[in-house]
Design a protein around this ligand. Sequence first.
Ligand SMILES: [Fe+2]
Length: 148
Amino acid sequence: MARNTPVTGGLARMLAGTAALAVKTQNFHWNVEGPHFTALHGLFEEQYGALQEAVDMLAERIRALGDHAPGGLGAFAALSPVGDAPEGPLAAEAMIAALAEDHRMLSREGDALLKTAGEAGDEVTVDIMVERMTAHDKTAWMLDAHLR
Ligand SMILES: [Fe+2]
């Protein structure tokens, strides 16, 4: 039976945002150009792979809590705090900056859900949010390092 709690609602937003960022990162993997093509093409591939694994973990946590996971591009677009990339083609530096900003936003979303889950006594979701914030903060740092 669906419970639709604040925690599963927050998980659905994290799921949709993570899926949107995976799609955006894979698009940049395809379209990046410039002297750092090889490095960025590979870096973006690692990043969208990690995001896809996180999508699966977040969806399965929603199921473990008794709710159904949203899916489909329309449902994800409606829920996602991460928007589409601006119309391209984008320079490599603009791609990196956009992805770093999205990772920082998802880290803030994770922090909000961590607090919601903590208040609900849901320590497993707290732990998942610590893991997601760690990954988003690290990825934002790695992306930022390319812009210095
Ligand atoms: Fe590829």
